[in-house]
Design a protein around this ligand. Structure first.
Ligand code: ADP
Ligand code: ZN
Length: 298
């Protein structure tokens, strides 16, 4: 498909907007911090208007956003960011604000469902139809494709908020999720690492016990996702996963937790190809948004 698409990766700390048709044809990209909805969405609108003046009309726009959000087209609050604790952003009609200016189809989904769709079209998940995309960053989130369709269900998955086995003697840290305390996000997102150890993840040495514990929690989570969804592939991105040494630790601990129960060569023999980083790298998010725009066009 060669029609020009606008993509918005709407993150809690920054927005990335781009236009193009895919990874080999990204015409222009802009990044700016997430402030108020009016200002931030306004900057995205302005970027697309400038791009349209240069490259011609956009055929569709895709938005891959932090949540929780409402991705159900039949719902009265479709296109809204809903209950987010992020100041100013609760109950914001994101799709409406874009559609007011641009009379084109708009795709709207979670950042992680978007990234999953991008990896499926152009990246690591091209050959599979049931897989998950996780991000371990400021928060923890997961998107899923099941039998070739992005999973929404009741609202959308909240894979960051599953509970873990918490050994309080080994790890007295209480967790920082405002809703659940020691859920996965509360224990294993970047800010939890920083709060528990008093140092940012980026500054921890490779031999720091933080990594063993981090891998333990991530492996517990993967155990649950593997048992619940039977994914053919697990993609792990986000700032924390840019520590390449985490991958072998997570793979090994996932195998240990599963304990040979899930009998498939992908897990027993080829786990290096089963738990992988995003192949679109740090463009997974914005390319995912473009993929959502293309999907809306169809
Ligand atoms: P966001 O979630 O806002 O999109 P990131 O995915 O970059 O952004 O996540 C930011 C979080 O990841 C911060 O808590 C940061 O400390 C942590 N982080 C970023 N880079 C690294 C790194 N190299 N090692 C460990 N943690 C990191
Ligand atoms: Zn939680």
């Amino acid at each position: 498909m060669t029609q020009l698409i606008g993509g918005i990766e709407a993150g809690g700390t920054k927005f990335v907007c781009a236009i193009g048709t895919g990874p080999d044809d990204l015409r222009d990209e802009i990044r700016f911090p997430t402030t108020t909805p009016a200002e931030t969405i306004g900057q995205a609108v302005q970027f697309f208007q400038e791009q349209e003046a240069k490259h011609g009309k956009l055929a569709a726009i895709g938005i891959a956003a932090f949540g929780p959000l409402d991705p159900e087209p039949a719902s009265p609050t479709y296109g809204y960011i809903t209950t987010t604790p992020k100041p100013g952003w609760a109950n914001v009609n994101f799709v409406g604000a874009i559609q007011q200016i641009f009379d084109v189809p708009v795709g709207f989904d979670t950042d992680v469902n978007g990234a999953a769709l991008g990896e499926w079209r152009w990246g690591a998940a091209r050959d599979v139809d049931t897989f998950i995309y996780l991000t371990i960053g400021t928060g923890v989130g997961g998107g899923a494709m099941v039998n070739g369709r992005l999973l929404h269900g009741l609202i959308h998955p909240e894979m960051g908020h599953i509970m873990l086995a918490h050994d309080w003697q080994k790890d007295p840290y209480a967790g920082r999720c405002p809703y659940h305390g020691d859920c996965l996000e509360g224990m294993a997102a970047g800010p939890a690492i920083e709060e528990r150890w008093g140092i940012k993840g980026q500054a921890l040495t490779l031999d720091h016990p933080a990594w063993e514990l981090e891998a333990e929690y991530l492996a517990q989570a993967l155990h649950s996702y593997i048992c619940a969804l039977s994914p053919q592939l697990i993609i792990m991105g986000g700032g924390v996963m840019t520590q390449p040494h985490l991958f072998p630790l997570v793979r090994q601990k996932t195998q240990q937790h599963l304990n040979g129960y899930v009998q498939h060569p992908a897990i027993l023999q080829q786990i290096d190809n089963y738990i992988v980083p995003p192949s679109l790298g740090n463009r997974a998010g914005v390319l995912g948004a473009i993929a959502l725009g293309q999907q809306a066009l169809r």
